[in-house]
Design a protein around this ligand. Structure first.
Ligand SMILES: [Fe+2]
Length: 228
């Protein structure tokens, strides 16, 4: 039996508003003078506009939760007081329908309690798109997300709530964007006492977005199906 239910995005305004907030995020934030980041932001906006203009199908998947979702309320509370308040509020409106997942066949036990992601747009839905994925990843306080890279995928993370660091290089606050080009190795750590919620965008060929074959170098190079 097909457990998915299909509707049109235009019939589900909370999902449409969530995508509008993504557009705001990639339209109005600064690129910090980086041509690469400016071009990435524009690609995300252009692809998102195309998807929304096509009145896409909203293919709802069965909602799923994970232990880390116990921190979502706190992350949204803090996010709603920060620089990305609109997106935090819009996510709260659709929170009950999100499908939280790990992306791995076998998740390291410590990570299983501290991390999960959900997609809001992509080849698997809920908003159906071929070459762009938009989603959120949630980390519990004091999490280390192991070193990994994404082949043929351009990835950006934007902080919605909480402080985090990539490759021990800087501390990122709500509103900050990091661009990880194809193959760039990165490892994430989060604040000791507060959760961290990041919005992310992936651009890549459809077959890669469906099965990116991401390599988690921090767990003996085990190949995995997905992940962020
Ligand atoms: Fe990543």
């Amino acid at each position: 039996m097909d457990t998915q239910t299909a509707a049109r995005l235009t019939d589900q305004p909370d999902w449409l508003y969530l995508l509008q907030e993504f557009d705001v995020l990639y339209r109005h934030g600064s690129s910090g003078g980086s041509k690469l980041i400016r071009a990435h932001r524009k690609r995300v906006r252009d692809m998102l506009s195309k998807v929304v203009d096509s009145a896409p199908e909203l293919r709802m998947r069965p909602p799923e939760t994970k232990p880390v979702v116990a921190h979502l309320g706190r992350a949204l509370d803090r996010g709603e007081r920060g620089a990305v308040a609109g997106l935090a509020r819009a996510l709260g409106r659709v929170a009950a329908g999100l499908t939280w997942e790990y992306g791995y066949e076998k998740v390291p036990p410590t990570l299983a309690r501290k991390y999960a992601y959900c997609e809001v747009l992509g080849p698997r839905g809920p908003v159906v798109s071929e070459r762009l994925i938009l989603g959120f990843v949630l980390f519990a306080p004091k999490t280390t997300y192991p070193q990994h890279s994404h082949a043929d995928i351009e990835e950006s993370y934007v902080s919605v709530s909480g402080a985090w660091s990539e490759n021990d290089a800087a501390v990122h606050a709500p509103g900050s964007l990091i661009l990880n080009g194809s193959g760039h190795e990165h490892r994430i750590t989060t604040d000791e006492t507060e959760p961290c919620l990041l919005a992310y965008a992936w651009i890549g060929p459809e077959e890669k977005l469906n099965a990116p074959g991401m390599k988690l170098t921090g767990t003996r190079g085990k190949r995995v199906e997905r992940g962020i």
